[in-house]
Design a protein around this ligand. Sequence first.
Ligand code: 5AD
Length: 360
Amino acid sequence: MLWKVTEKDQLVKMLSVSSNEKQNSLAKEADSVRKRFVGDKIYFRGIIEFSNICEKDCLYCGIRKSNSNVTRFMMTEQDIMKCARWAFANGYGSIVLQSGESTSPAFLDFLIKVVQDIKKETGRTDPRGNGLGITLCVGEQKKKTYEEFFQAGAHRYLLRIETSNPELYKQLHPPECSFGNRVRCLEHLREIGYQVGTGVMIGLPGQTIEDLVDDIFFYKDIDADMIGMGPYIPHAETPLSVYAGKWNARRDELLRLSLRMVAATRLLLKDVNIAATTAMQVLHPRGREIAFEYGANIIMPILTPTRFRKDYSLYDGKPCIDENAKQCKECIAERIRSIGRNVGWNDFGDSPHFHTRVGK
Ligand code: 5AD
């Protein structure tokens, strides 16, 4: 083992690599750890971005509340069911329901019903009786709400910490957002029994290599089962886009750094699921496939109906906005074949870490 990753300064070194040779050796080691701990299959989580209505005003996000150029939408239950049915029929083991953040009772009741209905319908026709796996990604909610979602049938939850540096977190979020509450939410999700996913944005203005190392230790400390992280990408209609010029000059290095983050996370956490995120593809047409060679084992093909995709732009240059679910499936399956890996069809593809930690 060339790379040891138990100490902070070793991780700093790893994330600071600049030669191609060292970058490639990092990929190779992460790839072999990935193979040993989570195997060769890549699992699909079809993502349905069902609403862009958001109560929050995060300084980096294109669908922030105060962006009045966004046409707000909320999919109907029928539309969501159609996507879920399609995913199930096409062998996707699970889906992600993601939206802007809302705590309105009508929104929460709607989502609970949608989760129940998807589980009911897909569970009936599934020979294994499990139905479609459901991951939720709808932000910070009360513990009671998380419990209700869980009882309705959701078994995983994604809530990125965005950055584990509380000071930087404060700079990127409006005053009403609290880092402490975000951490508390992650703890609640874990206590309830969810498979818990978190992650950060890489290359945020003001973020240091030390911050990124702390992010990886944060994942370890909260004992995350799933990690989804990607490069920060400016959105022109957000306050943080004032740094876009600087950002542009660093695009290539940002891709390499994001890949090193994936590799370092794989080396330290070993048996978790790690997503090759869509944002990686903004920096390179093969960004997601490359991430699979640095330790990633999950992909989230977009299921959102084409007519809504452009209104769910968290950042500029989001790929696949003119495509439909079938095209995304075929394109991604082909990309996976091209790197000699297989898709884990009709399978939840849980993170082995979750089963180890709950003793199943
Ligand atoms: N660039 C990259 N990722 C972003 N997200 C939001 N805005 C951006 C951006 N400008 C990510 C956040 C959030 C997830 C749903 O999308 O990390 O948790």
